[in-house]
Design a protein around this ligand. Structure first.
Ligand SMILES: Nc1ncnc2c1ncn2[C@@H]1O[C@H](COP(=O)(O)OP(=O)(O)OP(=O)(O)O)[C@@H](O)[C@H]1O
Ligand SMILES: [Mg+2]
Length: 212
C-alpha cells in the first residue's frame, strides 16, 4: 500500500472542509481525486504532505505513519502544486539544477538526468528561457520534470492542467499516463475537471468534504 487515509477530518473555524475521509492507494495505481472548487482537495493534499495538521484521523504513506516519518516520506514523493512554484527569474534548466542541488544530488548525475527530462518533456529548445517566459503548458511540464528529478515512488499533482488550452492539456495528460504505465510510478492526480479523468484506474469523488 502506498497511501492509507483513515477517518480524516479537518475544520477551518466552523467550516468543515474534510469529513471523515478514508481511502487507500495501491502501488502502481493511477488514482484521481475529483471534486468541485472548494470541495477540500488541496486541503487534503496539504495534510498528506504534512503542511497542514488534520483535526483527527490517521495517514500512512509507504506503510509508515506520516507524523513520525515526514522527512523520509517527502524524500520519496514528487509534487506538483496547484499554484506555480517555479523561480520565474531562473531559466528552465536552472530551475531543475537548483532543485537538484538543494536535494543534494551530485552535479555529475543531475546534469545527465536534467538533459533527459528536458528532452522527455519537449523543453530542450527552451532550456535557456526564463521560467516566466514559458507558456502555461511548458511551465507545468517543467514542474512535472522537476518533480521527477528524485525518481519518486509516488507522484501527486494538484490541478496539473488548469488554465491550459486543450492541446497543452492533452500533452500533459499523456505524459502522466506514460508515467503510470511505462515508468510504473503511483500517481494521484487532483482535479475539478471531471471530463479529464480518462484512463485512470480509480476515481475518488469528493463533495463538500466527503467521499461520495
Ligand atoms: N488556510 C485556510 N483557512 C481557512 N479556510 C481555508 C483555508 N484553506 C482552505 N480553506 C477553505 O477550505 C475549503 C476547501 O478549500 P480547498 O482549497 O481545499 O478546495 P479545493 O477542492 O482544492 O478547491 P479548488 O478546486 O478551487 O482548488 C474552501 O472553502 C476554502 O476557502
Ligand atoms: Mg485546490
Amino acid at each position: 500500500m502506498i497511501l492509507e487515509v483513515n477517518n480524516l477530518s479537518k475544520k477551518y473555524g466552523k467550516l468543515e472542509v474534510l469529513k471523515n475521509i478514508s481511502f487507500t492507494i495501491n502501488k502502481g495505481e493511477y488514482v484521481a481525486v475529483v471534486g468541485k472548487n472548494g470541495a477540500g482537495k488541496s486541503t487534503l493534499l496539504n495534510i498528506l504532505l504534512g503542511l497542514v495538521a488534520a483535526d483527527s484521523g490517521e495517514i500512512k504513506i509507504f506503510e509508515k505513519n506520516l507524523e513520525n516519518n515526514i522527512t523520509f516520506i517527502l524524500s520519496k514523493i514528487g509534487i506538483v502544486f496547484q499554484q506555480h512554484t517555479l523561480d520565474f527569474d531562473l531559466t528552465a534548466k536552472k530551475n531543475l539544477l537548483f532543485y537538484a542541488d538543494i536535494h543534494g544530488m551530485k552535479r555529475s548525475s543531475s546534469k545527465i538526468k536534467i538533459e533527459k527530462l528536458l528532452k522527455r518533456f519537449e523543453l530542450q529548445n527552451f532550456e535557456n528561457y526564463r521560467a516566466r517566459d514559458l507558456s502555461g503548458g511548458m511551465k507545468r511540464r517543467l514542474e512535472i520534470a522537476r518533480a521527477l528529478l528524485k525518481d519518486p515512488d509516488f507522484l501527486i499533482l494538484d490541478e496539473a492542467t488548469s488554465g491550459l488550452d486543450p492541446s497543452a492539456r492533452e500533452l500533459i495528460l499523456n505524459d502522466i499516463k506514460k508515467l503510470t504505465k511505462e515508468d510504473k510510478i503511483t500517481v494521484l492526480t487532483i482535479t475539478h475537471l471531471e471530463n479529464e479523468i480518462t484512463d485512470v484506474d480509480r476515481v475518488i469523488k469528493i463533495e463538500k468534504g466527503k467521499i461520495i
